[in-house]
Design a protein around this ligand. Structure first.
Ligand SMILES: NC(=O)c1ccc[n+]([C@@H]2O[C@H](COP(=O)([O-])OP(=O)(O)OC[C@H]3O[C@@H](n4cnc5c(N)ncnc54)[C@H](OP(=O)(O)O)[C@@H]3O)[C@@H](O)[C@H]2O)c1
Length: 333
């Protein structure tokens, strides 16, 4: 079972480069070993995926790199046909080139297609730390610190180590504070986008500024880490409206989430190590689209249900996770 990659619709970035309208996530969390995730990446390349969302902090770039290398050597795919994305983690904001070179070495890919600043501040937390723990070194967003990190990314473009810069987990106030300062503009912004958390304002802002939105947790991440689960969270795929639309198309609600994402204009990056799931996710982009009425029904399912709250990045003195997201339209300090 595979999909001809040429049949997957393409998105044109502000630079004119084209990328697939769907990618594959690679965050195995604590549920899957690096080998299980890299095994899925190998299968996904065979299945027709050409875009992969990696990150230094996912702890599996070496294993994924073995898979890329084998695919290049076997001739399964050429380097130029893959869009490999990775991200600098918060503890490397002062040493971005080192992080980038490490990712390139681990991913065995010569250069990175899209290199993200994973979070817009250097606040670091140890993996699997308690959600209520506060790192005494954490601090609010700073334009100077962010731009220092961003300038290092621009230097990576100059050196040919990365092709494009991406930003992630931004808010409109933070974007407004830096949007005029870029020498090389970001081409994409990765944010949480799913039917119950559509973030219409930031979506529109990105589109208006020619920054392509990429949607993480496009299915509402039903098996996300404990720290990101709160009482009252809504399961997108369990909503009766989603189930009804899925039934009308004879598909799983996951497929409805992905069709909605692509038709709305964001690039979803769903994750699964299960072949049946990741293949049907890819196929969702070439099968019957949702009707306008179905798109409108999903538009009405917005519930402001942010799943990644980011509590672990709070600084001493911060009230709660809402402080990270500048909900009143100003950067919370
Ligand atoms: N930039 C950031 O800060 C950031 C933050 C979070 C995530 N991300 C990226 O976004 C990616 C996706 O997020 P995510 O993995 O948390 O959430 P997700 O893709 O919304 O959901 C993944 C879950 O959906 C299930 N699933 C996948 N395809 C399915 C299908 N066709 N039918 C039924 N169930 C299906 C999987 O179950 P099974 O395991 O049973 O298949 C898995 O539990 C990550 O891997 C990562 O690359 C980025």
């Amino acid at each position: 079972m595979s999909v001809d990659p040429n049949k997957i619709p393409k998105i044109t970035l502000s630079t004119g480069d084209q990328v697939p309208c769907i990618g594959m996530g690679t965050f195995g969390s604590d549920r899957f070993t690096p080998e299980e995730v890299s095994g899925a990446v190998a299968g996904a390349i065979r299945a027709g995926y050409r875009m992969f969302d990696c990150a230094a902090c996912y702890g599996n770039e070496k294993e994924i790199g073995e898979v890329f290398q084998a695919a290049f050597e076997e001739g399964a795919v050429e380097r130029k046909d893959l869009c490999i994305m990775t991200k600098v983690w918060n503890d490397m904001h002062r040493d971005v080139e080192k992080s980038c070179r490490q990712s390139i070495a681990d991913l065995k890919c010569d250069y990175i297609d899209i290199f993200f600043i994973h979070w817009p501040f250097p606040n670091y937390h140890a993996p699997f730390c308690d959600v209520d723990s506060r790192n005494p070194d954490s601090r609010p967003f700073s334009v100077e610190e962010f731009m220092d990190t961003y300038r290092q990314c621009e230097a990576l473009v100059d050196k040919g180590l990365i092709r494009h810069i991406g930003i992630s987990n931004m808010t409109i106030p933070k974007l407004e504070a830096v949007i005029d300062k870029f020498r090389i503009r970001p081409v994409v912004c990765e944010s949480e986008f799913h039917p119950c958390f559509q973030q219409q304002e930031i979506f529109d802002y990105l589109v208006a500024h020619d920054i392509q939105p990429i949607g993480y947790m496009p299915l509402g991440s039903p098996k996300r880490p404990e720290r990101d689960i709160e009482e009252g969270d809504i399961a997108d795929m369990e909503l009766p409206e989603m189930k009804a639309i899925a039934q009308a198309h004879g598909v799983h609600p996951a497929i409805v989430c992905l069709k909605w994402a692509v038709q709305r204009g964001q690039i979803p990056i769903p994750f699964s190590i299960h072949e049946k799931n990741y293949i049907s996710n890819l196929e969702s982009t070439i099968t019957e689209p949702l009707t306008e009425e179905e798109m409108n029904i999903i538009a009405s399912l917005e519930k402001n249900n942010r799943l990644v709250k980011g509590q672990v990045f709070l600084w001493p003195g911060a009230k709660d996770w809402h402080d990270l997201w500048d909900e009143d339209g100003v950067i919370v300090k």
